[in-house]
Design a protein around this ligand. Structure first.
Ligand code: PEP
Ligand code: MN
Length: 337
């Protein structure tokens, strides 16, 4: 439920409502727009049965959110969310670039990528320390050592670190080293993991499940937000279809759709979305043109030797030209990188 205030509402009107909600053990999410303030009510709405909220000073109307997800919905917060991490902002006019290898393989590799990205002006480095691999015989990641190497890369370059957590067991460990926790496609509906990242005070990138609908994806975001962590960034990474010439079918229509129905920022991963390095630049351009708030791209110093996802990874020259292309589109859209 959201309480829409009148354009003439005063500060004390909002304070009164906040106090009332507090007395009833309900939370309030205040969203101050340029015209009016909207108060999202958090908690069991039945506690408000019989309370004449509509009659309170400053209240224009009460809107009941019909979607199954509430806190993630645009109705709950009509202003697009922005997420602040260090000096970086995700969402609004800013385009966020996250790049790096699929997996952290060794110290030289990750530091080389970090130095390169720093020189490109990219703000975030990605790299898997725990890898959810289809085959148990494939490289599974360096585990905690991988997180340590990413933290070292941050110390040297100032880049912020994104890395995946595949189980609740490693969540405290990850929180010590990473700036953004990634929940991978395979874990999008690992509800216990979602609840627990909701209690961690770190932003979360929530990738879309391999076969998930947009509604399931937003419900997954709801699990995280419902625990108190509003800093959720959605990541479209392709879904499984009958097509086999690409690894996944990158659903770019999800970008403007999600923007319409949710206030959460959304980025696109064209690497997993296509599985093919030669398609990554085109789909990056298209993603930004479609309104995405950023990109997550796999970059490796030597893709042919990569221990995972080499065929979809860009080498440094290819990533540099992707950046040039994306900057052209960003300029047309008045978005900064
Ligand atoms: C990854 O980012 O390396 C990854 C495993 O992605 P996804 O969860 O989208 O498959
Ligand atoms: Mn990968």
């Amino acid at each position: 439920m959201v309480i829409v205030m009148k354009t003439t509402a005063k500060r004390e009107d909002m304070d009164n409502i906040e106090r009332l909600l507090e007395r009833l053990d309900l939370g309030a999410h205040i969203s101050e727009g340029s015209e009016r303030t909207i108060i999202g009510v958090i908690g069991d709405k039945r506690l408000l049965d019989g309370v004449p909220l509509e009659l309170m000073a400053g209240v224009d109307k009460i809107v009941h959110i019909v979607e199954p997800y509430k806190l993630a919905s645009r109705a709950f917060d009509p202003n697009p969310s922005t997420i602040k991490i260090g000096d970086e902002t995700i969402g609004a006019d800013k385009l966020t670039l996250i790049a790096g290898p699929c997996a952290v393989e060794d110290r030289d590799q990750i530091l080389e990528v970090a130095e390169y990205l720093k020189n490109c002006g990219v703000g975030f480095i990605r790299g898997g320390a725990y890898k959810p691999r289809t085959s148990p015989y494939s490289f599974q990641g360096l585990e905690e050592e991988g997180f340590k190497l990413l933290a070292e890369a941050r110390e040297r370059t100032g880049l912020l670190v994104v890395s995946e957590v595949i189980s609740t067991e490693f969540l405290d460990e990850a929180a010590r080293y990473v700036d953004i926790i990634q929940i991978g496609a395979r874990n999008m509906q690992n509800f216990q993991l979602l609840r627990e990242v909701g209690r961690v005070k770190k932003p979360v990138i929530l990738k879309r499940g391999l076969s998930s609908t947009v509604e399931e994806w937003l419900n997954a975001a709801e699990y995280i937000i419902n625990e108190g962590n509003y800093d959720v960034i959605l990541c479209e990474r392709g879904i499984r279809t009958f097509e086999t010439y690409t690894r996944n079918t990158l659903d770019l229509s999800a970008v403007p759709l999600v923007k319409e129905i949710s206030h959460l920022p959304i980025i696109v991963d064209p690497s997993h979305g296509t599985g093919k390095a030669n398609l990554v630049t085109s789909m990056s351009r298209a993603a930004i043109a479609a309104g995405a708030d950023g990109l997550m791209v796999e970059v490796h110093p030597n893709p042919k030797a990569a221990l995972s996802d080499g065929p979809q990874s860009l080498d440094f020259p290819k990533f540099s030209s992707l950046l040039d292309e994306v900057k052209k589109i960003a300029k047309v859209l008045d978005r900064s990188i």
